[in-house]
Design a protein around this ligand. Structure first.
Ligand code: ATP
Length: 259
């Protein structure tokens, strides 16, 4: 990887870019993943590359849903594997969920590489190499699913997803948690719970919330879920985005204006 000095003002963003580029070189990530990363970066820029309060509340709701789940599952694609493999393993362990590799641009080799990477980082259960079921309504490789994993799960976390798979999983009656920097994407809108945040911040936030909430009475967790307002969360992300943008262009005085 290119060495990025810690002092660089865009250190985190440039490191993420390096991780994705390395993921492509290693065969974990598809070249199309670079474009998805670019779209994500643009939205991250618009929210000031920080976790919005709406996303922090959504992370807590996501953790509550995963703890309450009868059978949770967590989906991993090529971008996620390149950006946050250890964070995914840590979250899976915190909530007792399997990680299931699911790729839009599927090749058996890529699935194997990602599964091996997750195992090497300590994942207890990695699925996706031998799918034995299909999500109804999808006609591409993303339909592939595993019994005992995403196919049977009642709660599924899908960081970085395409809208039609999100919608299809919801149609199966699952609680679907999405992480998507774009509050306007079909994924964010169709999910049950959405974190409008960079997955590099969102995943550790969910893990932390899960560790905090574990062992709390089910009633308290159910209340956190009941308090979660999906449309309100997306609206609030847009409002926070707009207010951040307005702050950037606030003109202190006419004299100081450079536009
Ligand atoms: P949809 O079908 O839901 O409308 P889309 O067509 O925008 O989605 P993709 O082209 O697969 O979906 O784009 C990937 C999505 O992932 C984008 O919405 C982008 O904002 C988001 N994204 C990319 N990188 C990250 C990241 N690191 N963290 C969170 N979200 C990300």
């Amino acid at each position: 990887m290119t060495e990025i000095p810690l002092s660089h003002p865009r250190y985190a963003s440039l490191m993420a870019r390096e991780k994705i580029a390395t993921g492509v070189k290693k065969g974990l990530t598809s070249t199309q993943g670079l474009i998805a990363q670019g779209r994500g970066e643009a939205f991250d820029y618009l929210i000031g590359e920080r976790t919005l309060s709406s996303a922090a509340a959504a992370a807590r709701a996501a953790a509550a849903a995963l703890i309450l789940a009868r059978q949770p599952a967590i989906s991993v694609n090529g971008n996620v594997a390149a950006l946050a493999p250890q964070e995914m393993v840590d979250l899976a362990r915190a909530v007792g969920a399997p990680l299931e590799v699911n790729l839009f641009h599927r090749s058996e080799e890529r699935v194997g590489l990602i599964a091996d990477l997750l195992r090497s980082l300590g994942a207890d259960r990695v699925l996706g190499e031998h799918p034995d079921a299909a999500v109804p309504g999808l006609d591409h490789a993303r339909a592939l699913a595993t019994r005992g994993g995403i196919y049977d799960a009642d709660v599924v976390l899908i960081p970085l997803e395409d809208g039609d798979r999100c919608e299809a999983l919801v149609a199966m009656g699952k609680t679907v948690i999405a992480i998507d920097l774009n509050p306007l994407s079909r994924t964010a809108r169709k999910a049950t719970i959405a974190l409008v945040d960079n997955l590099l911040r969102a995943i550790p936030n969910i893990t932390q919330a899960a560790r905090d909430l574990k062992g709390r009475p089910a009633q308290e967790l159910e209340q956190i879920l009941a308090d979660y307002d999906h449309k309100g969360t997306l609206r609030s992300a847009l409002v926070e985005m707009q207010s951040y943008l307005n702050d950037q262009f606030e003109v202190p005085s006419r004299k100081g204006c450079c536009f």
